[in-house]
Design a protein. Structure first.
Lengths: 374, 196
């Protein structure tokens, strides 16, 4: 098939499905919004699937239509970058459950011709991956050169290797985990409760009035944002410095820079994200436990796997700490899979995977290139 | 192709083609790359230093960052033809336990280490009265990673006490192989091949 090699292009497709879901239900049709970069080669061997994190989207290397900001991983994806759009055919699809064009609570339920709201089925990470597999079928791609993701994207990438081992030659899993810990679930529950406590949430049926629970979603974002940063990073960036004032006001305005920063994060987030999507995607992450789906032994997920694995963690990431990556590495070693793993040093906590990091780029670049010579 | 460190060259020369190899303390992966390129060996590595791991992974090698003292238990019994521990034994917390792990994971094990009974080391301690700093042991006592110094005779005793079988031994002085005779005095470096 011929693909336009220009960047972005805001593609979308409506696939008939039905997509069977882990909950027992099914989703049909399956709408998928995605971006592609570069060209598929003649033997269809250069496809790289990028899986995005919780609040990210398909605009990995192209301008976001709502914010006007550049792509979220342009240090990693582009001409001459480790994920090289001159060499690779790069695909990034909005996960189902999200709000940037793929099926989710804000899209239309064909049965009612109204937005799904909370009637949208509860999803899992595996459901998101199966939807991506439908997209690859549609694009005529049988086997991926690589699947790559950070955070929730890493959960999808590792699920790809377990669900479709024969379709994945290499997998890169960055700042991620094979299951959500009690602490991870706890933080997400705070976010969900903030949304559902907003009187404008109204059981998720707020689309008709165009009056979403922005306050609740902003608080959810503020709480989550703290978990993406390190204490040292916050201290370095803000310390106890005051925001545009000489002295404390003895009130509850944003006296501190860190308060102002978090408020800004919350307010700007609600312009580009749907509160119900936030509920659905955090739920999918909380349900994630790859070992559970394999008799409680993570190594069984990788039994006989021919996939090459590369895992990267960051020393200041306390949301998905190195120990979580190491658990995956031990399971890969136990299964005899070809695994690489390195913990990189960075001051920026979980967010490190999104920031410029020459060492991360060098590792991903070498790992992908090595898979192209063999 | 850059030249391998002499002890690694000995190991490379004595590994059969297409073997499965686990290199524990693999550094930047020089031996693994040579084995892969010259003998089609399926090599995996474990290395504690992140910069070394990054170098090895960017060469396309399968290396995981980890510690021989804590990260070997995940590997299944007999999953490799060879386990290699080069110039690492003396840095581990429990060398005897590591040796057991090597021969649990690998059907055979290569172990190389600097000989603390080499005459230069002995002279340095005897005459100088200070912890030896030699060309093979270049760090001072307080910043050396070597926490369990070992001599060739000590190692032989450990092999004997563990009822392990010695399949081969090689000795080095500088870059040159030296004879077995008086190795404990004359060899700077030893390489042993063991099995259960």
């Amino acid at each position: 098939m011929s693909e336009d090699a220009r960047f972005g292009l805001d593609k979308s497709v409506r696939l008939l499905g039905p997509l069977p879901l882990d909950s027992g239900g099914e989703l049909a049709p399956v709408e998928l919004a995605y971006e592609t970069y570069g060209s598929l080669n003649a033997d269809v061997s250069n496809a790289v699937l990028i899986c995005h994190a919780l609040t990210m989207d398909q605009y990995v290397a192209s301008t976001h239509p709502l914010t006007g900001k550049g792509g979220w991983w342009t240090d990693m994806v582009g001409p001459g970058k480790p994920i090289d759009t001159n060499r690779h055919f790069v695909i990034c699809a909005n996960v189902i459950g999200s709000c940037m064009g793929s099926s989710g609570p804000a899209t239309i339920n064909p049965a009612t011709e109204k937005p799904w709201g909370m009637d949208f089925p509860v999803l899992t990470i595996a459901d998101m991956v199966r939807a991506q597999a439908l997209l690859l079928d549609h694009l005529g791609i049988e086997r991926l050169h690589a699947v790559i993701g950070g955070s929730m994207g890493g959960m999808q990438a590792i699920s790809w290797t377990a669900l479709y081992p024969e379709r994945v030659k290499s997998a890169v899993i960055i700042a991620s985990a094979a299951r959500h810990s009690a602490q991870n679930i706890a933080f997400h529950e705070v976010g969900r409760q903030a949304i559902m406590a907003d009187p404008r949430w109204r059981g998720g049926a707020y689309y008709a009035d165009d009056d979403p629970p922005s306050s609740g979603l902003a608080v959810a974002r503020m709480a989550a944002h703290i978990t993406y940063l390190s204490e040292a990073g916050l201290t370095e960036k803000f310390g106890r410095r005051l925001q545009d004032r000489e002295a404390k006001t003895f009130g509850f305005d944003a006296d501190f820079q860190v308060e102002s920063y978090l408020r800004h994060q919350g307010i700007s987030f609600v312009d580009r994200f749907d509160a119900n999507s936030y509920l659905y995607i955090t739920r999918a992450m909380d349900y994630f436990d790859l070992a559970e789906a394999h008799g409680g032994t993570l190594a069984h997920a990788f039994k006989g796997s021919k996939t090459r694995f590369c895992l990267i963690s960051f020393d200041t990431d306390w949301l998905y700490p190195t120990s979580e990556s190491r658990t995956i590495v031990h399971a890969l070693n136990a299964a005899g899979a070809a695994a690489s793993f390195v913990e990189l040093s960075s001051a920026f906590g979980h967010d490190s995977f999104l920031l410029e990091n020459p060492e991360m780029n060098r590792i991903v670049d070498g790992f992908l290139k090595a898979g192209e010579t063999g | 192709m850059s030249k391998l460190r002499p002890d690694l060259q000995i190991i490379a020369d004595n590994i059969s083609p297409n073997a499965r190899v686990l290199d524990i303390g693999c550094g930047d992966g020089a031996l693994m790359a040579a084995l892969r390129d010259q003998k089609k060996v399926d090599a995996r590595g474990l290395e504690i230093d992140p910069a070394n791991v990054a170098s090895a992974v960017s060469k396309g090698l399968s290396v995981v960052q980890g510690d021989a003292d804590t990260d070997l238990s995940a590997y299944p019994d007999g999953s490799f033809d060879y386990a290699i521990l080069s110039q690492t034994l003396q840095t581990t917390h429990r060398p005897n336990a590591i040796l057991e792990e090597l021969l649990r994971i690998g059907k055979q094990a290569f172990v190389s280490f600097p000989n603390f009974a080499h005459w230069r080391v002995r002279m340095s301690l005897l005459v100088g009265g200070r912890m030896p700093v030699t060309r093979l042991l270049p760090q001072t006592w307080y910043d050396t990673p070597n926490i369990h110094h070992v001599t060739i005779d000590d190692f032989r005793a450990l092999v004997r006490d563990g009822k392990l079988k010695q399949q081969g031994e090689w000795f080095l002085s500088g870059d040159k192989q030296t004879s077995r005779a008086m190795a404990n005095l004359l060899a700077e470096h030893a390489v042993f091949l063991l099995r259960k």
